[in-house]
Design a protein around this ligand. Structure first.
Ligand SMILES: NC(=O)C1=CN([C@@H]2O[C@H](COP(=O)(O)OP(=O)(O)OC[C@H]3O[C@@H](n4cnc5c(N)ncnc54)[C@H](OP(=O)(O)O)[C@@H]3O)[C@@H](O)[C@H]2O)C=CC1
Ligand SMILES: Nc1nc(=O)c2c([nH]1)NC[C@@H]1CN(c3ccc(C(=O)N[C@@H](CCC(=O)O)C(=O)O)cc3)C=[N+]21
Length: 287
């Protein structure tokens, strides 16, 4: 049976260190400020926003949620983002994805100031990640949270075969870059990939972010693999489940993340710690 990687416990451990950093900023009169913009009613985004609010409050960062109507125009949304770009009490801006059809995601990522881009999806920050020059660079929170799992459980990536299933800007692509920078041999798979199972069965490290409940089964996994499940899906009973069929894969993998209490809590912890880091950068620059 695989070791279950406990995202809730690791998140609590990291939050303790973050709390000390928040205290140090408070001593200088600074409160880290985070704005989350939620357009419409995506269910995975709603879970995220709810849990994030709870943790932000507990730790004492200033968090604002801007709920905007599904019908908002791209122009209006970008204007709101620009206001937060100018606001010195805001250190981090997050626009929940997916966005409604009338809004071009690329235009939105371009509108967020690179210094406030806590999701790391502005092309400037993504470019720095790609060339492995990540000093003072925000990086997508979910992939970074996954790297914290590897560190905590002492999983060596050097020379390992890693397969990333999913190529989104927010999970798959930055995750593949982080793995490459850590000297893994990385394959990115997506909906056009042929014979996916043959690829995943070769993976020492298998990371899945596709949004299809229980898609990866035991037969798709190499014995002893490390399996990371990013999915936030609903099964036929409406229960929150991942992209990996946990019950069968748990018997074959060496390490596995559960859903819930795996990657999800780590995304939130990383979001908060990165908001604090961005407030620290801003205070270094101004102080
Ligand atoms: N736990 C957490 O913190 C987070 C969880 N999530 C969850 O992770 C999942 C993925 O999110 P996100 O990356 O934003 O999703 P996107 O929908 O943006 O991307 C999904 C990716 O999966 C690929 N894909 C879809 N179906 C298949 C398939 N059958 N076989 C192979 N590849 C496939 C798509 O391919 P193509 O590019 O060809 O369309 C695409 O690259 C969702 O469940 C989401 O809710 C997301 C962010 C954070
Ligand atoms: N710009 C942007 N960045 C994101 O990172 C982003 C996004 N948009 N859109 C939506 C997805 C989804 N996502 C989640 C993060 C944490 C949980 C989470 O807290 N999960 C708990 C759920 C517990 C419960 O049931 O409440 C867990 O897995 O244990 C869920 C979902 C971030 N996303």
């Amino acid at each position: 049976m695989a070791t279950i990687m406990d995202g809730k416990a690791l998140a609590a451990e990291i939050d303790m260190r973050t709390a000390n950093r928040i205290q140090r900023l408070a001593d200088q009169g600074i409160t880290p400020g985070l704005v989350v913009i939620l357009v419409g009613k995506d269910p995975a985004s709603q879970i995220y926003v709810r849990n994030k609010e709870r943790r932000a409050k507990k730790l004492g960062i200033h968090s604002i949620v801007r709920n905007l109507p599904e019908t908002i125009s791209e122009k209006e949304l970008i204007k709101i983002i620009q206001e937060y770009n100018e606001d010195p009490t805001v250190h981090a801006i997050l626009v929940q994805l997916p966005l409604p059809e009338q809004i071009n995601e690329f235009h939105v990522t371009m509108a967020i100031s690179p210094t406030k881009d806590v999701d790391g999806f502005n092309p400037f920050n993504l470019g720095k990640l790609l060339i492995n020059k990540t000093d003072q660079t925000p990086i997508a929170c979910t992939p970074q949270g996954i790297m914290s799992f590897f560190k905590k459980y002492q999983i060596n990536l050097d020379g390992k075969k890693a397969v990333m299933v999913g190529r989104s800007t927010i999970v798959g692509k930055p995750m593949a870059a982080l793995l490459t920078n850590a000297n893994a041999t990385v394959t990115i798979a997506h909906s056009h990939t042929h014979h996916l199972s043959e690829l995943t069965r070769e993976a020492d490290i298998l990371i899945v972010a596709i949004g299809v409940a229980h898609y990866i089964k035991a037969e798709d996994v190499k014995p002893g693999a490390v399996v990371i499940d990013v999915g936030m899906d609903r099964d036929s009973n409406g229960k929150l489940v991942g992209d990996v069929d946990f019950e069968s894969v748990e018997k074959k993998a060496s390490y596995i993340t559960p859903v819930p209490k795996g990657v999800g809590p780590m995304t939130i912890t990383t979001l908060i710690s990165q908001t604090v880091t961005m407030a620290e950068w801003s205070s270094e620059k101004n102080g």
